[in-house]
Design a protein around this ligand. Structure first.
Ligand code: ADP
Length: 489
């Protein structure tokens, strides 16, 4: 809007007509005082101001305007009588006005100047808008940066307080913070501590891979303090910190797990030594008891004791063999003697053995597997026996066990052992193939070490097969495995 200020209505009329003809919206004031009132209320793009007016003249009005912070930037176009007012023009400029036009007014020049001012006004408005949005953007960023800074400080003080080596990196994996403990292990704040040569891990490369994958890292490695050459096992864990979909940074720790590692190693060594040491005298005991068994007549009263001793010796033997197997798996020394064998024959043997050992149980056979399988016969039979023994053991009140076998369409031979016993809840099912895992509720009632299924799992894995369990508490369980027939590996 353009404000035309003139004491003569006819002048106002002609100016208004010219401007409105060219689509400029206008407002009018017949005196300086009225103009000032209007300027205070509304905002204008331009003020066309007659210099000679009774009361406040144009220059006085301009000077007053320059004192208003809201209006001081509005351009002013003075209307001056050609000869008389020119000497005042410089005064006009110094009061903040921007141009003048002499009377009588040439409409073309008027329009030219008005258009220029109007464009300037519009550009100014746009610039003001841009400036305002930039200012709020800067404010926003400052706020976010401040918050981030606060969070980083908080995170760093947490990482400083923990006993682990800790670090954070930017989203692209560059280390941007390390705690004090880090410097006990690495000479640089930007490089990972060196690892044991036997670990065969290039941490920098491993880290690049992790960052590229966007997935958490968990790695056991050995690092040593800078003031000692003794390497200690550490668990390196690093997780990405996300905001929505995006990773904004990574946080990682190295936890010293050397003591646990050594304890596990000592325990494994103990199990290995103890089971070896127990095995030798037990073999001798077993041999003598068997001799005794054969030398006692069928009607001798002591026969029953000898037979019971033999059963217990057999149980002890199985336990010790399992413990020996466990140590072999741990040390990577469980050997497999693979060659072709008829699958059906091991099933028949295993079922026969269970029937003899547990005569009060009914073992129902379903299907046949008359195929030749390439694998370790004894180990596969061990798995079948283990499944069957467990099925009997964990179903004290339901004396039927089913064993189903056959060849799957994909060419794998399968075995499913079903019992109607105590069953296993979902949460335990995923763990029972783990080492020493026993279901708490059952552990009190049934004896065992929790290593049978662990060995089964290893045997099936080493035959490139699949194993698992389907079960529900109180409903019985079905343990299954399948192995490829022709695998030569
Ligand atoms: P163990 O029988 O010596 O404890 P296993 O490794 O053979 O060790 O079995 C691990 C655990 O799995 C057992 O302690 C038992 O809780 C559970 N389990 C195994 N077989 C069965 C089954 N047929 N029914 C119910 N629970 C079973």
């Amino acid at each position: 809007m353009i404000l035309i200020v003139d004491d003569k209505p006819e002048n106002i009329f002609s100016l208004k007509t010219i401007l409105e003809l060219h689509s400029f919206p206008t407002d009018t004031a017949l005196s300086g005082e009225e103009a000032l009132k209007k300027i205070l209320k509304k905002s204008y793009a331009l003020i066309i101001l007659d210099v000679q007016m009774p009361g406040m003249d144009g220059f006085e009005v301009a000077e007053a305007i320059s004192g208003y912070s809201k209006a001081r930037d509005i351009p002013i176009l003075f209307l001056s009588a050609a000869s008389t007012d020119k000497k005042f023009i410089t005064k006009g400029y110094s009061a903040g006005a921007m141009d003048y036009i002499t009377k009588p007014i040439d409409p073309d020049i008027l329009l030219l100047k008005v258009k220029t001012f109007y464009r300037l006004y519009q550009q100014n408005q746009e610039l003001n808008l841009i400036q305002a949005s930039l200012r709020s953007e800067i404010e926003f960023r400052k706020k976010v940066e401040g918050e981030l800074q606060e969070r980083a400080v908080e995170l760093h003080s947490i990482l400083e307080s923990i006993p682990q080596i800790a670090f954070t990196t930017s989203a692209d994996g560059k280390i941007d913070y390390v705690n004090e403990k880090w410097l006990d292990f690495s000479s640089s704040k930007h490089e990972f501590p060196p690892t044991h040569p036997d670990d065969n891990v290039d941490l920098a490369r491993e880290w690049q891979r992790t960052v590229a994958s966007g997935k958490a890292l968990e790695l056991e490695i050995r690092v040593h303090p800078r003031d000692s050459s003794e390497y200690r096992y550490h668990l390196l864990r690093a997780i990405p910190v996300r905001e929505g979909e995006n990773i904004t940074k990574w946080v990682g720790t190295f936890t010293d797990i050397d003591d646990q590692k050594q304890a596990v190693k000592r325990k494994d060594e103990f199990i290995s030594i103890a089971s070896h040491e127990l095995k030798t005298p037990l073999t001798t005991i077993k041999a003598y008891v068997q001799l005794l068994d054969r030398s006692i007549g069928p009607d001798e009263p002591s026969r029953m004791y000898v037979e019971r001793t033999l059963v217990q010796v057999q149980k002890l033997d199985t336990l010790i063999v399992d413990l020996l197997d466990l140590s072999k798996i741990e040390s990577g020394k469980l050997k497999f003697n693979k060659r072709p064998f008829v699958f059906e024959s091991i099933l028949a043997d295993a079922v026969e053995m269970i029937r003899q050992t547990y005569p009060d149980y009914t073992i129902v056979r379903k299907g046949r597997a008359d195929v030749e399988v390439f694998g370790d016969e004894t180990r596969i039979e061990q798995v079948v026996l283990n499944y069957l023994t467990n099925a009997v053991k964990y179903s004290p009140d339901q004396k039927e066990v089913q064993i189903e076998t056959g060849v799957q369409p994909d060419g794998q031979v399968f075995v499913r052992v079903k019992d109607y016993g105590i069953g296993i809840s979902k949460e335990h099912q995923q763990n029972i193939f783990g080492k020493f895992y026993r279901v708490d509720e059952a552990a009190g009632k049934f004896q065992g070490l929790g290593i049978g299924l662990y060995i089964c799992a290893e045997v099936i894995r080493r035959h490139e097969g699949v194993y698992g369990v389907e079960s529900a508490p109180g409903q019985g369980s079905t343990f299954y495995f399948c192995v490829p027939i022709g695998s030569k590996t």
